[in-house]
Design a protein around this ligand. Structure first.
Ligand SMILES: Nc1nc2c(ncn2[C@@H]2O[C@H](COP(=O)(O)OP(=O)(O)OP(=O)(O)O)[C@@H](O)[C@H]2O)c(=O)[nH]1
Ligand SMILES: [Mg+2]
Length: 481
């Protein structure tokens, strides 16, 4: 059995964008010197990041709700609101992130440092300073922040241990796994107690790594004896190796050599690019030290010249702590060597990199109860709607301008819309509905044709503007004077 937490679902809520501010700058003698409302800050995102030194997903409790912070609203004097803080969930390398409702794989975090944005923070709304332009000097409105994304993700750890315990049957591998990790494998005084590999998470100080107990290998394993080939295949992806030898049953050095030979004969079957077994960081673990004298242990240890050998007892736990750190050291060495050989994988960030598409669709819909209506929808239309304060006429007018600039107005006309026809904008489940009237909507062409009002100019400002002389006027006055 495995003591690892290898699957967990997380509800993710990104932060909302802060609202833009509507403010007017006041200067001495000029009470309405222009717009000065700052932008709202963007909401924080929920990010899943692969980090080293985590063995499993146990740091994320079942039912965990990851929430990023919302952006602050904009303020006066052109001050922008602060961006909301991201919520970062650290997971072990090898975690696959999927959308829980669709099953779609969002990322396979296969190398250290890779991260994926699973719920993107909302956009901060522009303040009226950012919305002002020569033709709209002091907008009496600002854009609202948009909501952060919500999503439930399933995190699944592809099990692949960092270190393998290999040895002859009955050497004490499963007993060691139980003493070193949270796994509780079956232990027995007969050979081949373990028939399929067991995985456990080992904690050594602040670090942890995964350890796999491989069923006993016997001479001839690499040529298919017993289930040898299947067991050796398990070791293919494991970068660090611990040879467990029971000196009460077998001669340590010759057993080690025999195990090496077995691994070597498997070399031809290793997948292309895989590091040969005998080039991987390794250690010899002399088991069951409670059954023989310390001097014997010292003598056995001295026999090993090229490889470090340590003694340990799973019964008395003597040497267990030291072994944990020795194995961690092995795993870290293997990781460093692996990093040097592997090119750094690029960060997978499917949501972050996706710019907002300007695509939208216009469709004619019919329902026997509802009659006919025109439906315009697309991500960008939904964002425009969310950013609009519908209680502010000027803001609604700005929405119309944006839709017209996007080409929605033209598409509606092409689709055959007539004044008075119903239009539904955005998500059909909560669409904004209105009756189309070209003289009221803000298609710029229509507005110009109707020579209607200039939207976005503050009455107070326009009065001020009219009392100010233009440069030309000033020059001609100067000449005359
Ligand atoms: N006295 C003593 N006995 C041990 C120690 N470690 C393991 N044993 C005994 O050795 C026997 C084999 O232990 P396992 O841990 O099942 O050995 P294994 O290498 O997993 O064996 P297979 O799964 O058959 O390959 C059991 O009877 C254990 O109780 C130890 O440190 N001291
Ligand atoms: Mg076993």
């Amino acid at each position: 059995m495995t003591g690892l937490v290898d699957k967990v679902s997380v509800r993710c809520s990104a932060g909302d964008g802060g609202n833009g501010e509507t403010a007017v700058r006041r200067m001495k003698g000029k009470p309405f010197a222009g717009a000065s409302g700052g932008n709202g800050g963007d909401g924080g995102s929920v990010i899943i990041r692969a980090v080293p030194n985590l063995a499993d997903l146990s740091s994320i409790k079942p039912g965990f709700w990851a929430k990023a912070r919302s952006g602050e609203s904009g303020k006066g004097s052109m001050h922008s609101g602060m961006k909301g803080e991201d919520c970062v969930l650290n997971v072990p390398v090898g975690t696959v992130v999927a959308d829980s409702s669709t099953g779609e794989i969002l990322a396979d975090l296969s190398s250290e440092g890779q991260e994926v944005v699973v719920a993107k923070g909302g956009r901060g709304g522009k303040g009226n300073f950012a919305l002002s332009s020569p033709s709209r000097r002091a907008p009496g409105f600002a854009l609202k922040g948009t909501g952060g994304e919500e999503r439930e993700v399933t995190l699944e750890l592809k099990l692949s241990a960092s270190c393998a315990l290999i040895g002859l049957p009955n050497a004490g591998k499963s007993s060691l796994l139980a003493a070193l990790s949270n796994a509780r494998p079956q232990i027995g005084g007969w050979e081949f107690t373990t028939l399929s590999p067991n995985l456990g998470a080992v904690k050594a100080g602040d670090c942890s790594f995964t350890l796999e107990d491989i069923p006993g290998l016997i001479a001839g394993a690499a040529s298919g004896k017993g289930l040898g080939l299947e067991f050796l295949r398990h070791i293919e992806r494991i970068p660090a190796l611990a040879f467990v030898i029971d000196p009460t049953r077998e001669d340590p050095l010759s057993t080690y050599k025999a195990l090496e030979r077995e691994l070597e004969s498997y070399a031809g079957r290793l997948p292309e690019g895989a590091k040969p077994f005998l080039q991987r960081p390794r250690i010899v673990v002399l088991s069951k030290t409670d059954l023989y004298k310390p001097e014997d242990l010292a003598a056995f240890e001295r026999e090993f010249e090229d490889v470090k050998a340590v003694g340990v007892s799973a019964s008395t736990h003597e040497g267990i702590k030291e072994l944990k750190f020795a194995l961690l050291d092995l795993v870290e060495r293997a990781r460093k060597e692996g990093d040097r050989e592997e090119k750094k994988a690029p960060t997978v960030n499917p949501l972050k990199s996706g710019r907002l598409s300007k695509d939208f669709s216009v469709m004619i819909r019919f329902d026997p109860n509802d009659g006919i209506w025109y439906e315009a929808d697309g991500d960008i239309i939904r964002i425009f709607i969310e950013q609009t304060d519908f209680s502010n006429d000027e803001a609604v007018g700005y929405l119309s301008d944006r839709l017209a600039a996007l080409g929605v107005e033209d598409m509606l006309v092409k689709a055959g819309i007539k004044p008075g026809d119903e239009v539904r904008l955005g998500n059909p489940a909560c669409a904004v509905a209105f009756n189309w009237n070209p003289s009221l909507t803000a298609g710029k062409k229509h507005m110009h044709a109707a020579a209607s009002f200039a939207r976005g100019s503050d009455d107070r400002l326009s009065t001020l503007a009219h009392t100010r002389r233009t440069n030309r006027q000033r020059r001609s006055e100067h000449k005359q004077g």
